[in-house]
Ligand binder design. Structure first.
Ligand SMILES: N[C@@H](CCC(=O)N[C@@H](CS)C(=O)NCC(=O)O)C(=O)O
Length: 153
């Protein structure tokens, strides 16, 4: 199949965590193709491929490079994009403590906030499971709030 995209190709869905990679690509000023995959639909791409062909894990984001290789996981994708334009300073230099603070934040958002929050939108989540999830999310939100106050207010 002819490749008519401008690479890299980013598979996203609206209002999802894939927005982070989209924002990062825009901030970096890189040329790229955005492909919207309807997670609530058949998950087909405009070229007929399935989302699983870009990300075998079956979710967004997936970043397909011009060599056909695919990068998944926001933690990896965001750092990859930052590395394409190091002069912009989207990520601190490797080896600097600030770089590990970035990883710390990405890990926290990915595993503690995103996954705890995301499950609450699953209509199949049993009502009985919700209070414990909300309590955990509340704890994470308090921490997040304090950090933002310290850093920005
Ligand atoms: N660990 C992944 C999580 C990706 C993820 O959960 N994506 C969601 C949207 S926010 C998704 O595509 N869900 C569809 C599914 O799991 O089938 C990352 O950080 O990139």
């Amino acid at each position: 199949m002819a490749r008519y995209f401008s690479y890299p190709v980013l598979a996203v869905w609206k209002c999802s965590c894939s927005s982070a990679a989209h924002i990062c690509l825009l901030e970096a000023g890189l040329d790229f193709t955005l492909i919207k995959v309807n997670l609530g639909g058949d998950r087909r791409l405009p070229d007929g491929r399935h989302l699983n062909d870009i990300n075998p894990k079956g979710y967004v984001p997936g970043l397909e490079l011009d060599n056909g290789k695919v990068l998944t996981e926001n933690v990896a994708i965001l750092q990859y994009i930052a590395a394409q334009k190091p002069e912009i300073g989207l990520a601190p230099a490797n080896g600097a403590l600030a770089r590990y603070r970035l990883l710390e934040w990405l890990g926290f958002i990915d595993s503690e906030v995103h996954k705890t929050l995301g499950l609450l939108f699953n209509p199949r989540l049993a009502e009985i499971a919700k209070p414990a999830r909300l309590e955990k999310l509340g704890q994470r939100a308090v921490y997040l709030d304090l950090q933002l106050v310290d850093a920005y207010l």
